[in-house]
Design a protein around this ligand. Structure first.
Ligand code: NI
Length: 269
């Protein structure tokens, strides 16, 4: 048990309460007798200094997490950092991304600044922000749609706010479903739909990291115009391989992560 352990419990509870699909997958793994260990947990935010990556990372850093790498996503206008708890192999990595507001349209920038201005001042620059969900007024579906045309990422944040975007099952820790193909076969047999952007499996054994994810489940969300089903959170799966020195690859691959972001894209059913 490590100090950061207790940080994750409420984040996990919120995440699985919010997402029936996630709970179903978790229970299927448990029913199979698997122990579910998390490879990483991912969060999204905007790069405004009041709510940026460093604000969300604060409680993990206080618990001993260290910055280990950063990533650029040019087309999606995102920047991300990953953190690890050195010395604890089963502590999940923390992956936090932020949308670069200065690169967005005036409409998007003004909309987002209007949201951040509504956040209670005690939550700005605060590590507690990470679990607060949507900390602004009920969304408008028209605004969601308009944001979505420019950035699926921004539209997701507009509706769901600050919470885990996904947890990631560490395939290396599974006993029966010990390969990416076995995990995908198991999920498909249980009627889950995989994110096919960039191929169902992102990365390869030679790149030392394979990742896949299910597409986010849709949940009914109340907008000012009425209730609409929109994609919420998703589950990811990762398998890591050893480098030539026998050390498991610890980082992320920007190209793969870029495709994983699309797991929350809006889609017609
Ligand atoms: Ni991920």
């Amino acid at each position: 048990m490590y100090k950061a352990h207790k940080i994750f419990e409420p984040i996990w509870q919120d995440y699985q309460n919010q997402n029936p699909l996630v709970r179903k997958i978790y229970e299927l793994f448990i029913d199979l007798g698997e122990e579910v260990v998390n490879d990483h947990i991912a969060f999204r935010t905007f790069n405004d200094p009041r709510v940026n990556i460093d604000v969300l990372a604060q409680q993990f850093v206080d618990a001993g997490y260290e910055f280990k790498g950063d990533y650029h996503f040019k087309q999606k206008k995102l920047y991300a950092k990953h953190f690890e708890l050195t010395g604890f192999n089963d502590a999940p990595r923390v992956f936090i991304s932020e949308l670069k507001l200065e690169e967005m349209s005036q409409f998007l920038r003004e909309t987002v600044l209007g949201l951040i201005d509504q956040i209670p001042s005690e939550l700005l620059y605060s590590p507690h922000l990470i679990l607060k969900g949507r900390v602004w007024d009920k969304p408008y579906y028209a605004t969601y749609e308009k944001l979505r045309q420019e950035s699926e990422y921004a539209s997701w944040l507009y509706v769901f706010g600050f919470r885990a975007n996904h947890f990631t099952v560490n395939i290396n820790a599974l006993k029966q479903l010990d390969s990416m193909n076995k995990v995908i076969g198991f999920l498909e047999k249980n009627n889950f739909k995989m994110n096919t952007s960039g191929g169902v499996i992102k990365g390869s054994p030679t790149s030392l990291l394979e990742q896949s994810s299910v597409v986010a489940g849709t949940i009914p969300v109340e907008f000012n115009e009425g209730t609409f089903d929109i994609p919420s959170c998703y589950y990811e799966f990762a398998k890591r391989y050893k480098d030539k020195n026998g050390k498991l690859y610890p980082g992320f691959i920007a190209k793969s992560a870029d495709s994983i972001f699309e797991s929350t894209n809006y889609r017609k059913n």
